[in-house]
Design a protein around this ligand. Structure first.
Ligand SMILES: C[S@@+](CC[C@H](N)C(=O)[O-])C[C@H]1O[C@@H](n2cnc3c(N)ncnc32)[C@H](O)[C@@H]1O
Length: 301
């Protein structure tokens, strides 16, 4: 029987190079998944180095690495400072993030992430979480649904989609992905059905996992967590995510401009290292998930 790979790491060398790993340093991989990036960090650490990893999906725990230098924390990275403090860690030399969903999460039909399978509306990365796609689709009011589709799916038909869902679910709850697809059929042009469906799924998934709030909370903690010269190395997969990462690295905030110091220079906690890094054509050919990856690296000033 063919065993399915849990996740093929994206931009593996480039992302870990971005951390500038010091053999005795303390590092955090906040999106452990199949552990590809974590294993590469461990290869570059000496006996006294340490690596902490986070993943809130229970399925990721089976990939844990048996290594005295390694600790896997089954929690949301929005609580990064709080959980590291439990281990006596207040500052680290680098943080790696490979945001979004793993191939494993996409490939297990029951998780409900993929447009390829019929499944109950779920899409929770953390199986203990209360909010699922079912709740979003069946309990959110029209305005909330419109906002989800407009903001997170960037769908022009968001108001009409929200109205139709609210109408249809009065007849019977929308339980499966196939039912949702049927309800929204008129918005799925045959030539771009998969593209629009992917936008709809992305919107619901971002809401279910509160991805934007979580990302903001996490980013705000990183400058304080890093030692001077410490590195961030982050891979994003959609423009909303990448925009927040980019602005945070540039300004230390998500909107507006930072204050200036007495010399008129912006007071910012980070500086970018190099430009945007994207996967080579070759990597995209062998790993389709890499196609939308954007890597940004920053250093604490
Ligand atoms: C793209 S995969 C990472 C793959 C990993 N770099 C590898 O090489 O196998 C993202 C992982 O991060 C986890 N994740 C996403 N958001 C999270 C969050 N807010 N807190 C903790 N884990 C999260 C997901 O459950 C998933 O397993």
């Amino acid at each position: 029987m063919m065993t399915m790979e849990y996740h093929n790491p994206v931009l593996l060398k480039e992302t870990v190079d971005g951390l500038n790993v010091k053999p005795d340093g303390i590092y955090v991989d906040v999106t452990f998944g199949g552990g590809g990036h974590s294993r590469e960090i461990l290869k570059r650490l000496g006996d006294n180095g340490r690596l902490f990893a986070f993943d809130h999906d229970e399925d990721a725990l089976k990939n844990t690495i048996n290594d005295l230098r390694f600790t896997l924390i089954n929690e949301n990275f929005r609580y990064i400072k709080r959980f590291l403090r439990l281990y006596g860690i207040r500052q680290v030399d680098g943080v790696l993030a490979d945001f979004g969903v793993s191939s494993h999460q996409f490939d297990v039909p029951g998780r409900g992430f993929s447009t390829r399978f019929e499944a109950n509306l779920d899409m929770r990365m953390n199986q203990r979480s209360k909010l699922s796609a079912f709740h979003v689709v069946n309990d959110y009011d029209e305005e909330q649904l419109r906002q989800v589709f407009a903001q997170y799916g960037e769908l022009r038909a968001a108001p009409a989609m929200a109205r139709l869902i609210v109408d249809k679910r009065q007849e019977a709850p929308i339980v499966t992905s196939e039912q949702l697809k049927l309800v929204l059929k008129k918005f799925l042009p045959s030539r771009h059905e998969n593209k629009v469906l992917a936008q709809i799924y992305q919107a619901i998934r971002i809401e279910v996992n509160q991805e934007i709030e979580v990302l903001k909370e996490f980013l705000l903690q990183t400058p304080e967590l890093l030692v001077k010269g410490g590195r961030l190395s982050f891979i994003s997969y959609h423009s909303l995510e990448d925009r927040l990462v980019k602005r945070f690295i540039r300004n230390g905030m998500f909107e507006g401009e930072p204050e200036r110091d007495m010399f008129g220079n912006f007071e910012v906690p980070l500086k970018k290292v190099g430009g945007l890094i994207t996967p080579s054509e070759e990597e995209v050919k062998t790993n389709n998930r890499a196609r939308s990856a954007k890597l940004r690296i920053a250093e604490k000033l």
